[in-house]
Write a protein of this length. Structure first.
Length: 202
């Protein structure tokens, strides 16, 4: 298929193309039973201080204890591989933009190793992997991103200000989000259709 308008598509990884939160919640339950067995306060959140009322030190210790184990169990969302393959076949570039970094992944070079091994394991196609990106708005501007999707309300709200077509990957912790300038994405097939519509309307 000939494509006249190719795009640089910026994608987050965790809870955008894979189920990270649900695996971390499993380990949060395990950690909680090992450290006082507190009452569950909130399940539908990606802020782990809200789950069992942990302070910052406890959240840090939890992640240091179980984050790497969780990363090994994370699975892609349905149709990620197939949709990204089709997008690349049509000439679009897949640019992963993630806050994953060596500090939380266990040492120098570990974020890249762990993430590339995971992408290769599930045969997920991409053109660039950008790690330790905490200001994704600035990154998108500097790297000419045309389309962007993330699960973070704060992040997508910032990126949309650039005039970039912005999507939010829906999860149990952001289901109430609504913004007329941001499209809620519930599955990868829907995302592919939205990209196709953008391309056809150019």
């Amino acid at each position: 298929m000939e494509v006249i308008n190719t795009m640089r598509i910026g994608l987050d990884i965790d809870d955008t193309i894979c189920y990270t939160n649900r695996v971390l919640m499993k380990y949060a339950d395990i950690y909680n039973k090992e450290h006082g067995n507190r009452k569950l306060l909130k399940r539908d959140t990606n802020n782990f201080s809200e789950v069992y009322g942990w302070d910052d030190d406890e959240v840090y210790t939890f992640f240091r204890t179980y984050y790497l184990d969780a990363l090994k169990e994370i699975e892609p969302k349905e149709d990620v591989k197939e949709v990204l393959e089709k997008l690349r076949e049509e000439g679009h570039k897949i640019i992963f933009i993630t806050v994953r970094n060596d500090t939380e992944c266990g040492g120098e070079g570990e974020a890249h190793r762990i993430t590339t091994e995971w992408l290769n394991k599930y045969e997920i196609p991409y053109d660039e992997l950008n790690l330790d990106i905490h200001d994704k708005k600035a990154f998108c501007k500097e790297h000419n991103i045309d389309v962007f999707m993330d699960d973070s309300i704060k992040t997508v709200s910032a990126v949309k200000e650039l005039g970039i077509k912005t999507f939010i990957a829906m999860n149990n912790f952001n289901l109430d989000f609504k913004d007329d300038k941001i499209i809620n994405i519930y599955n990868m097939d829907q995302f592919f259709q939205e990209i196709t519509n953008l391309d056809n309307n150019k």
